[in-house]
Design a protein around this ligand. Sequence first.
Ligand code: GDP
Ligand code: MG
Length: 216
Amino acid sequence: MGTRDDEYDYLFKVVLIGDSGVGKSNLLSRFTRNEFNLESKSTIGVEFATRSIQVDGKTIKAQIWDTAGQERYRAITNAYYRGAVGALLVYDIAKHITYENVERWLKELRDHADSNIVIMLVGNKSDLRHLRAVPTDEAKAFAEKNNLSFIETSALDSTNVETAFQNILTEIYKIVSQKQIRDSPDEEHSPGSSVKPIHVVPTNGDADSRKNKCCQ
Ligand code: GDP
Ligand code: MG
């Protein structure tokens, strides 16, 4: 008998990407533990946290992966993207350069992630109104042009954090339940399921050994 936490209808892997310091780790801790940390701590290796939500009467377990600092060196491994069905591409509304770099992150996704991945552009730190450097309308227009959904959040005061994750998980659920996301080449791991396989593998420091194993 599984515990309640093990009972779910769908398991979705969602990755957090975006420049260092934009608030990815705090969005994750706010959503999964309702915690916020003022200090930016960077740990080594890939980490993820999970939380289950209800969508359309189904239990969706979100497995959300955090980069834990590799983005600083543009050294995110293929294992990070493997099996991901969603990505929150985060920038800081008070730091324009993090918004300019969204283009680079989109390219990174095109190169490394499944082409059907659902992408949500997230302008975080919306509480920093007096320091705003990226107009909402501009980001919204950019998102529309690139077929991304868009939201502004604050991990600090919790604004829209819940909504951001709810929206992307609902969007993924709609696509998966209509079977529009095709199985990846790792078919042996998803017997007859419409849910993409989730690979939980240790990735500490051995990026090179995995380089050629990605699902492209
Ligand atoms: P990461 O490098 O993208 O994981 O960013 P972190 O989550 O480590 O956050 C970087 C810094 O920004 C930390 O000092 C956080 O306290 C701060 N921060 C994160 N989210 C917010 C937010 O919504 N508003 C404000 N004002 N600061 C935030
Ligand atoms: Mg972080």
